[in-house]
Design a protein around this ligand. Structure first.
Ligand code: HEC
Ligand SMILES: [Cu+2]
Length: 356
């Protein structure tokens, strides 16, 4: 029903301003929500530092432009607003040559000012590091939906969690076994595409010890959102050093220590798991010396902090849950549901979690 007496409400311009300010505040608040393990503002490696520098450059340029535009806008609104009785058309500036040139030239200069240093940064990121120093070189293969990390020199193979050393140059050679993936650990650097049939290097040198999370950044199928990754930067010395980790990973898999773990190993050997997974020192007995890499290497799977590309935390129960029905945990997961009983799943969970 229509009434002439409209209810009292704030003038539209005030409401609009309020909404604008609130959304801006909201955006700022939300930008602080991400866990600091994935904060591009807090780089922990030279490559991420370069990207962060450009992020700040563009942010600064944009802030200046925003300040100028808002100032002009406010002055125009306040000083030149239509006054009562003012019926005259304001001066029309259509086709004003000076203004046309100004708003073509100024943005062009801004774009050039951002492009030139950006190109420098791209070359900086692509510069091959000096090979006469300690280098950790890893072959990285993106697979639906996990990451294989192969350390050729160290002769070890692991998945999803990349281990490196603070202060040491890292070279990742990125490729893909199926579709295009993109390796992105914001505090380390990236995004760097992993393309099938190609092998691209990605260089970084971490300068802070810690654990830093990342995410596949190229839509790669049903479980793209569950294709996480994690970088563990080890100190140079001590029990938690990178060298200590390498030494542990190079060992054969641990022997089962309880009857349940024994039963779990038997499940692993007899239920078809060996077709896709390798446990060094164990599965060769079943399938010969060839390693199987269509699934993650499980020789030291219990030493990881998560399973299925950071989808679940590493526990015996979670492994049991995963092997019982992988697709229930991760849509489309390329691991066969082998129809294990609850008992078999629990046993294989206990066994694999013990493989530190
Ligand atoms: C057809 C191949 C295939 C078979 C058979 C298979 N898996 Fe897998 N498995 C995979 C793939 C692929 C993944 C990675 C899935 C992902 O993260 O998207 C995986 C992941 C896992 C993981 C998580 C590892 C990690 O580091 O994230 C465990 C544990 C595992 N499988 C155990 C088993 C067990 C136990 C069996 C036998 C009951 C088995 N798998 C049978 C292919 C297979
Ligand atoms: Cu991916």
């Amino acid at each position: 029903m229509h009434t002439d007496a409209a209810p009292h409400r704030p003038s539209p311009s005030l409401a609009t301003w309020l909404i604008a300010c609130l959304s801006l505040l909201g955006a700022f608040a939300l930008s602080g929500c991400d866990k600091p393990t994935r904060d591009v503002y807090q780089p922990v490696a030279d490559s991420a530092e370069i990207s962060a520098w450009f992020y700040h450059l563009v942010l600064a340029v944009d802030a200046v432009i925003l300040a100028i535009v808002v100032t002009i806008l406010v002055v125009a609104i306040v000083r030149f607003r239509k006054k009562p009785g003012d019926e005259e058309l304001p001066p029309q500036s259509f086709g004003n040559m000076k203004m046309e040139v100004a708003w073509t030239v100024i943005p062009t200069l801004i774009v050039i000012g951002i492009t030139v240093p950006t190109l420098g940064g791209i070359f900086e990121l692509a510069r091959k590091p000096d090979l006469n120093q300690k280098i950790i070189e890893v072959e990285v293969t993106g697979k639906q939906w996990w990451w294989e990390f192969d350390y050729a020199k160290e002769k070890l193979n692991t998945a999803n969690e990349l281990h490196v050393e603070v202060g040491t140059q890292v070279i990742l050679n990125m490729t893909s076994a199926d579709v295009i993936h993109s390796w992105w650990v914001p505090r380390i650097g990236g995004k760097r595409d992993a393309n099938p049939g190609r092998r691209y290097p990605f260089y970084f040198r971490p300068y802070q010890v810690g654990t830093f999370d990342g995410q596949c950044a190229e839509l790669c199928g049903a479980s793209h959102a569950l294709m996480g990754t994690r970088v563990i930067v080890h100190p140079k010395t001590g029990a938690d050093s990178y060298e200590a980790w390498v030494a542990r990973e190079q060992q054969q898999a641990q022997k089962p220590a309880t009857p349940q773990q024994e039963a779990g190993q038997k499940v692993f050997m007899t239920k078809g798991c060996v077709a896709c997974h390798t446990i060094r020192g164990v599965s060769e007995l079943a399938v010969g010396a060839r390693s199987r890499t269509s699934g993650p290497n499980l020789t030291h799977v219990g030493g990881r902090t998560s399973i299925a590309a950071r989808t679940l935390p590493m526990t015996a129960q979670n492994i049991a849950k995963w092997v019982k029905n992988p697709q229930a945990v991760k849509q489309g997961a390329l691991m066969t549901n082998l129809g294990l009983s609850d008992e078999e799943a629990a046993a294989v969970g206990a066994y694999l979690a013990s493989l530190k």
